[in-house]
Every structure is written in structure tokens, then in C-alpha cells.
Design a protein around this ligand. Structure first.
Ligand code: HSE
Length: 310
């Protein structure tokens, strides 16, 4: 029997308020682990899905980890079967890049199993096959930080142009995750088809301001830039207590607070771990007051992206 290859890919916060579809960063934890091995059969099969999973498809062509493996085998003209095991560290539909983490871990593990020597840019195109299944759209703002780590700007989609933004001052992130599911495919349908020019001006100003603030370590500029006038107004009604959670986060010292990806998770950024913890308590108490079960994660922005772990 051939060896197992396992890869880990971290959860991510995408959009980061002002960067709809173009910004994201990686968390230390949680993340997904995907193990691949050659099998005796000829097909790609999913042997097991464990961890925090609801009902994820066992059909590899419809699974976010299965699709990248199928496509990579085709591309590399490998006519052997591959068996996949998925250990979900983050629940599907939680807004912290669950589908992206599985897709990236699968693509990274398969690249190593095949000895394909693909670049990160190439691995990203295979992982995208998985993300498309989950979200219906072509967006890489969760995939790319999960793969590269750190804070990522997607400068362009055609062709893909991924830029790593160096962060001058360390920050902490708190994620409050209501225990409910929002399907990205559905929540993308709620977005406006057209955006007023005045909103485009505000959003691009904030996006540019955030990048400048991250690179110079200017917390004031970061804080002034963490506003979303496009996606948040269209989606915030989906999240219980969102407005109060956001006020509580800002009162507790958050630099900014918005939906993580398409929600339901809500993120806030803070200058210190201690403040991030206090923000998490303040946001959590709002969800307690509306009897909404939830989890709180406090994490640094991880510079490490997906990696082979065995
Ligand atoms: N940028 C995507 C969206 C992320 O907001 O739809 C989804 O996780």
C-alpha cells in the first residue's frame, strides 16, 4: 500500500469589511486536515469525513475536497484511484472558509502525493474547483490566505493576481460564530447587482486605506478603513443581534467589526490578545441575550498557510 499524505489548511476571514471578494487573512486555528492515498481502484473516493460536519457530500465530484483531486489527477494524467479522508475542524457554512480549507488541504496533499511540483498559483486553480461547488461563484479570498497564509489581496481575477500584504503591527482577531449555517451560494444572491458610484468611492478608499494601514502599522488608519458599504448592508439582517454585537465590539476596543465572509461568523480586529478576549466576551453576551448558541475564537493572523503535516 502507498503512503498517506496529510495536509492542514487554516480557517480564514474573507472580505475583511472593505475588501469584498478581494481580501482575506488566515487564522492559526481551526483548520481542516485532508489525507490522501493511492487506492487499488481507479476512481477518486471519499472514505471518511469526521470532525465538525453536518452532511457533506460523499460523492467526490460534489465535495469541495474531492473536486480538486479529480481535476489534478486529470491534469497530471494519473490514472490511479485516490482515497480521501477529511477531518473537518470548522463547520460548513460558518463564514470562516470551511469549503476553502478543505479544498486547499486536498489540493496541497494531492500535489505532494503525485509529486506534481505545482506552484501555489497552480494549486489555487485546482482548489478553486472545490470552492465553486460550495459558493457557486469564482472567488479566491478564502482560498488564497488559506494556501499562502498571512493577509492576502486579490489584485485581479483575470488573470489571477495574488498579493501578500506585509503586516507591520501584529493584530489579534476574534471570531464569534453563531451556531447556524449560511450558505454562501444563497447569501451571494442577496448582494446588489449594481452599486452606486458614491459607494464604490467609499469602498475603494477604505480598501486602499486598509492596505496602507496594515503596511505602515497605522492602527488609526486601519480602524477608519474597516467599513463595508456593499456586502454588510445586504447581509447583516441574517445574523442575530448583529448591530448590537458590532457596537459592543467597538465599545470594547475593536479596531473594526464586520461579517466574516458571508457570515454567520462576525469578526473583530484588536491590537492585543487581551482586548480581543474582552471583545469576544462583549459580543458573546449580546448573543446570550438573544439566546443564540455560539462559539468564540481568538487567534492571531497566521503567517503560515496550508502545509503537509505527514
Ligand atoms: N467573498 C465571499 C462572499 C466570501 O462574501 O461571498 C464567502 O465566504
Amino acid at each position: 500500500m502507498d503512503r498517506d499524505v496529510a495536509a492542514y489548511a487554516p480557517a480564514t476571514v474573507s472580505n475583511v469589511a472593505c475588501g469584498f471578494d478581494i481580501m482575506g487573512f488566515a487564522l492559526d486555528e481551526p483548520g481542516d486536515k485532508v489525507t490522501v492515498r493511492f487506492s487499488r481502484g481507479k476512481d477518486v473516493t471519499i472514505r471518511r469525513i469526521s470532525g465538525c460536519t453536518s452532511t457533506l457530500p460523499m460523492n467526490p465530484a460534489r465535495n469541495t475536497a474531492g473536486a480538486p483531486v479529480i481535476e489534478m489527477l486529470k491534469h497530471c494524467r494519473v490514472r490511479r484511484g485516490v482515497e480521501i479522508e477529511i477531518r473537518k475542524g470548522l463547520p460548513a457554512g460558518s463564514g470562516i472558509g470551511s469549503s476553502a480549507a478543505s479544498a486547499v488541504a486536498a489540493a496541497v496533499a494531492c500535489n505532494a502525493l503525485l509529486g506534481a511540483g505545482l506552484s501555489k498559483e497552480e494549486i489555487l486553480t485546482f482548489a478553486l474547483h472545490g470552492e465553486k461547488i460550495a459558493s457557486g461563484g469564482v472567488h479566491v479570498d478564502n482560498l488564497s490566505p488559506s494556501l499562502w497564509g498571512g493577509f492576502i489581496l486579490v489584485r485581479g481575477y483575470d488573470p489571477l493576481d495574488i498579493v501578500q500584504i506585509p503586516i507591520s503591527a501584529p493584530m489579534w482577531c476574534v471570531i464569534v460564530r453563531p451556531h447556524m449555517e449560511i450558505r454562501t451560494k444563497e447569501s451571494r444572491k442577496m448582494l446588489p447587482r449594481t452599486v452606486p458610484l458614491s459607494d464604490v468611492v467609499r469602498q475603494t478608499g477604505n480598501a486602499a486605506g486598509l492596505v496602507a494601514g496594515l503596511m505602515s502599522g497605522d492602527f488609526g488608519l486601519i480602524s477608519r478603513s474597516l467599513h463595508d458599504v456593499i456586502a454588510e448592508p445586504a447581509r447583516r439582517h441574517l445574523i442575530p443581534g448583529f448591530a448590537d454585537m458590532k457596537s459592543a465590539a467597538l465599545d470594547a476596543g475593536a479596531l473594526g467589526c464586520s461579517l466574516s465572509g458571508s457570515g454567520p461568523s462576525v469578526f473583530a480586529l484588536a491590537k492585543s490578545k487581551r482586548t480581543a478576549r474582552q471583545i469576544g466576551i462583549a459580543m458573546g453576551s449580546i448573543l446570550n441575550s438573544v439566546s443564540c448558541p455560539h462559539s468564540v475564537i481568538v487567534s492571531g493572523i497566521s503567517s503560515a498557510g496550508a502545509r503537509i503535516i505527514s
